[in-house]
Design a protein around this ligand. Structure first.
Ligand SMILES: Cc1cc2nc3c(=O)[nH]c(=O)nc-3n(C[C@H](O)[C@H](O)[C@H](O)COP(=O)(O)O)c2cc1C
Length: 156
């Protein structure tokens, strides 16, 4: 992480399937998710790719936090995305689909550097730590860009 920036990870486990009938009495886990997003200066979305697209678990969580209509938690937030896959395309198609969703959420996504980690199983050790130095450097650059972008947006 860049100096003076802090990363907080939110586990999507426990977010139920979206149900619009519950929009006015949202599940506790969704309330927590919405509060965390609102409190954050910026978001970093890290995702795998499922069937050439955004995993349903991620899309479901996004749909919850975008509601109710006049309380989209993502409104105007800066965001960066990254993906990883054991496959050769590294989740590039999920990223492409995700970008369309970010437009609907009125988020301000950064375009570069792209962090698309292909053959990820060869780049992590048994503990799950990323060992590939080139990928680590790209992630560093992505996070620096996100912090710069967030500061620029705050000034406007
Ligand atoms: C339902 C399902 C669909 C998948 N579809 C794709 C895919 O379209 N492209 C791809 O690169 N990997 C695909 N995968 C493999 C995932 O990328 C891989 O399981 C994921 O990177 C594992 O991530 P994790 O170790 O962080 O859980 C799929 C996996 C599942 C379970």
């Amino acid at each position: 992480m860049p100096k003076d920036a802090k990363l907080e990870i939110f586990d999507l486990e426990g977010i139920p399937p979206f149900n619009q009938d519950l929009e006015d009495r949202m599940p506790q886990k969704v309330k927590e998710f919405k509060a965390k997003i609102k409190a954050a200066d910026a978001l970093l979305i890290a995702t795998p790719e499922y069937n050439c697209s955004v995993p349903g678990v991620l899309k479901n969580a996004i749909d919850w936090a975008s509601r109710p209509y006049d309380d989209n938690s993502f409104e105007g937030k800066p965001v960066a995305i990254m993906s990883a896959s054991p496959g050769m395309l590294g989740g590039a198609r999920a990223q492409h689909n995700l970008r369309q969703v970010l437009v609907a959420l009125n988020m301000h996504a950064i375009n570069r550097p792209e962090v698309i980690v292909a053959s990820v199983d060869e780049k992590i050790d048994e503990k799950g730590d990323l060992t590939d130095e080139e990928t680590r450097e790209r992630i560093r650059q992505l996070l620096e860009s996100l912090v710069d972008w967030t500061e620029r947006l705050k000034k406007e």
